[in-house]
Ligand binder design. Structure first.
Ligand code: CA
Length: 401
């Protein structure tokens, strides 16, 4: 059955997609919306009018109250939305709540609780290991036994479209460190998983409970200052080279929209420990495009990732750490095995040695705009789009300190 919403049927934003976000009208308050075609359904307004069970959770300036609801509540809302957007009997009632996307402002979709960033691509970890530690094996001994990660900075996660100020910091100099604007500013094309229902402290989340806690996915660009990172990261890991900004999409795609996207994982060898249940691990078939100033420079395939999202959640809670509504755990840079599938400029330029793309870039220059686009198979055939992640590099502050 086709939707009555103009332009929806067969598009990347059909009723088999229906991602959630936060929008406002000019001068208005922030409300919960659902994207369909080039429109946003004002869910806050419609839910209060229809006296939906979830009306309270939908009357909020962020998605957190909705995300905290149960999986049954989420699927009930999704079924109702699909019915309302397909059945012509609903059109008169619903159409007044359908707003043109171009007239709205979109915002950070949820309050980010904790942010964890994994390092789950074998191809990326291998490429970076070769470049950063050329005298050692590219993968460290733990890498195939656990999904390596670090805790990032939740407070500097920004929505798509936010300008990214080039950071300044310490770099390894000649003999002594120097200080100045990063000269190796880079992107990391990633996928982020958003926690809905919290877990209990002390209770690890087994892989089979992944869907009970993971609400949906967002696009992620984890901007990275490689010169700052290279000097600071031993022995405790990334810090100021990463924490200045991480961009996420405006739209949170619910996992229900990705049911047709699960595919077998690449083989895991050696076999991980039992709590990482390699036999039930699944990858997501999500295609990513990295666009620099209007030109596609790379197409990283998410299905090539070594660790699955359910393994990431099982690992990050196995010590008893709980997760909260609004926690974001990102995959780490997505890089495929083939040339043209790299998720960072560090890899695309072979360690800043080979300019790439029509503009012969090594790293990001001021004024550069990067857009990450994501598509996946839809549950009714065809494809759906995930929210894009855009950002433009702003020049460094003249006097940072
Ligand atoms: Ca990262």
């Amino acid at each position: 059955m086709d939707s009555w919403v103009p332009g929806a049927a067969g598009s990347l934003w059909d009723v088999d997609n229906l991602p959630y976000g936060i929008f406002s009208r000019p001068g208005g308050r922030r409300q919960v919306g659902v994207r369909v075609s080039d429109h946003v359904l004002d869910l806050t307004g419609l839910a209060s009018r229809q006296h939906l069970d979830l009306a309270d959770a939908l009357d909020a300036p962020v998605l957190n109250p909705l995300m905290a609801c149960s999986r049954d509540q989420h699927s009930g809302l999704r079924s109702w939305l699909r019915r309302a957007l397909v059945d012509p009997a609903w059109q008169t009632e619903v159409a007044p709540y359908l707003l043109p996307l171009e007239e709205l402002e979109l915002h950070l979709p949820f309050d980010v609780a904790d942010y964890v960033d994994f390092y789950a691509s074998e191809h990326h970890a291998t490429n970076v290991g070769r470049l950063f530690r050329p005298d050692q094996p590219p993968l460290l001994p733990n890498w195939k036994h656990l999904p390596v990660a670090y805790h990032g900075r939740a407070g500097t996660i920004v929505p798509s479209g936010t300008g990214i100020r080039r950071p300044s910091g310490q770099r390894r100099g000649e003999g002594a460190p120097d200080f100045g604007p990063s000269t190796r500013l880079d992107i990391e094309a990633e996928l982020g998983f958003v926690v809905g229902a919290p877990s209990r402290a002390g209770a690890p989340v087994p892989m089979r409970d992944f869907h009970a806690h993971a609400f949906g996915v967002v696009g992620v660009n984890d901007w990275s200052a490689r010169d700052i990172q290279a000097w600071e990261y031993v022995p405790l890991g990334p810090f100021l080279g990463k924490s200045f900004a991480t961009s996420i999409s405006h739209w949170v795609t619910p996992l229900a929209a990705l049911e047709a996207a699960w595919v077998p994982m690449p083989r895991q060898d050696p076999r991980p420990l039992p709590y990482l249940e390699p036999d039930s691990a699944l990858a997501l078939d999500i295609a990513i495009e990295v666009e620099l100033n209007g030109h596609v420079v790379s197409r990283p395939p998410y299905r090539s990732m070594y660790w699955s999202p359910a393994q990431m959640l099982a690992h990050l809670t196995v010590n008893g750490a709980s997760v909260r509504t609004g926690d974001l755990f990102a995959s780490g840079t997505v890089s495929g095995a083939a040339p043209g599938e790299e998720g960072s400029f560090l890899e695309l330029s072979r360690g800043w040695t080979e300019p790439f793309g029509p503009e012969s870039r090594l790293s990001l220059e001021d004024g550069d705009t990067v857009v990450l686009r994501y598509t996946a198979p839809g549950v009714e055939g065809g494809r759906i789009a995930l929210g894009e992640v855009a950002g433009t590099v702003l020049p460094a502050l003249e006097r940072p300190v």
